[in-house]
Design a binder for this molecule. Structure first.
Ligand code: ADP
Length: 380
């Protein structure tokens, strides 16, 4: 049975009405970004931010309606809130829950509850392409290699790369129609928008990113008991990142940067963003720090190595690790073969293991006595 076309999906959605106005959600222009991938469908419902809670049943209704179409096995709908331009007649409402800019940084937003998850660490960068996702994935597997129970959330909604880098296959399932069972790859449960859309199909997240999507990818997931959940944030320091930094109950953050000055300027912005929302910055990782020639073993400092260490000192945060620019790191990431699993004895895996140890120690210090992991009882 082949999947329905976008038009057929829209046809079905035309019958669904906004609970207040009674008008069709399609006519109201609420439906956007329909993606059909195999038998899996996803789209966004654009809503007024103030209605986020009230429209949760509508979101579920849409999911159920589309899931019931022949040829569809799963449907995920996210609520998105586009920032409405203030103009004549616009309600003098506060900032939308999905963002609102740095000026609203101190506005408190409710944190998403994560029962069973002992700590959450964000991996962030001031800009894209510095190796943030590579670091997040290798940090997660490094922590797992240290014996921790680890989960991984790919919150990089603009460029989800966790599925590719971890070799994760399949899709989250929802046996009860409410909570999602994450996909597991080499022992780590994970969630990503990438399970829903193609990496090459950019999902348009208009306006500030949405409480609804984060709640679904994070709060509505059966993570089980975890020592740490590693969160790969979108690059940059805009509204979406700020919202996530506020809503995700972060124990601390790791900022990834390349050594060039320009990237470090961005790293500073990321540090400041976390400070604004009172999230401890565990430190900086200098990625692509130096290059080791695979032929002669010689070390070249292509990007003026050491900038991140100086930046860390200046900003009073720790320097967590320097990771070389190394073809093996890229190859393992591209092939979805985590270093800690496929080459645990390699110098590259060891570099990430050192990073994982540093992060683990900072998490423990941050949690203090009360958050310590109870010793595991072994029956001999
Ligand atoms: P970001 O998440 O910051 O956008 P990625 O983690 O996706 O960046 O990395 C961008 C590219 O650089 C990927 O192809 C990745 O394999 C490669 N890369 C990242 N770190 C390294 C490294 N230390 N050595 C070699 N290649 C790397």
């Amino acid at each position: 049975m082949s999947a329905p076309s976008r038009e057929e999906i829209l046809q079905r959605l035309r019958e669904i009405r906004h609970p207040k106005s009674g008008r069709s959600i399609v006519e109201l222009g609420m439906v956007s970004g329909i993606v059909v991938r195999g038998s899996n469908v996803g789209f966004a419902l654009e809503i007024d931010p103030s209605e986020a809670e009230a429209l949760e049943p509508l979101r579920r209704q849409c999911e159920e309606a589309v899931r019931a179409l022949p040829g569809v096995t799963s449907c995920t709908v996210v609520l998105t809130a586009e920032r409405r331009p203030a103009g004549p007649g616009a309600a003098p409402a506060g900032p939308p829950p999905g963002g609102g800019g740095p000026a609203t940084a101190r506005r408190t937003r409710p944190k998403i509850a994560l029962p069973g998850v002992r700590s959450v660490v964000a991996v962030a960068s001031g800009k894209g392409g510095v190796g943030k996702s590579t670091t997040a994935v290798n940090l997660a597997y490094g922590l797992e290699a240290l014996g921790w129970r680890v989960g991984l959330l790919d919150a990089d909604i603009y460029g989800p790369s966790v599925p590719r880098m971890t070799g994760a296959r399949g899709r989250p399932t929802s046996p009860d129609g409410e909570k999602l069972v994450p996909v597991e790859s080499y022992g780590i449960p994970m969630m990503s928008v990438g399970f829903l859309v193609d990496e090459e199909t950019p999902m348009i997240w208009r306006g500030p990113m949405v409480q609804g999507a984060l709640q679904q990818m994070l709060g509505d997931v059966l993570w089980g008991e975890l020592d740490v959940l590693v969160v790969d944030l979108p690059p940059g320091t805009g509204d979406a990142q700020l919202t996530m930094a506020q809503q995700v109950p972060l124990t601390g953050a790791v900022v990834v940067s390349t050594p060039q000055d320009i990237a470090l300027l961005d790293a500073r912005k990321a540090i400041n963003m976390f400070r604004k929302v009172d999230v401890p910055v565990f430190g900086i990782v200098e990625n692509m720090s130096y290059f080791v020639c695979p032929h002669c073993g010689g070390r070249s400092e292509i990007f003026a190595h050491g900038g991140a260490r100086a930046c860390a000192e200046r900003y009073g945060v720790d320097f967590l690790a320097e990771i070389p620019l190394d073809p093996a790191i890229r190859e393992h990431a591209d092939a979805g073969r985590p270093l800690a699993v496929f080459a645990p004895e390699s110098p590259q895996a060891r570099a990430y293991l050192d990073l994982a140890r540093n992060v683990r120690d900072r998490i423990e210090a941050q949690l203090g006595e009360s958050g310590r992991r109870p010793p595991r009882i072994r029956y001999l």
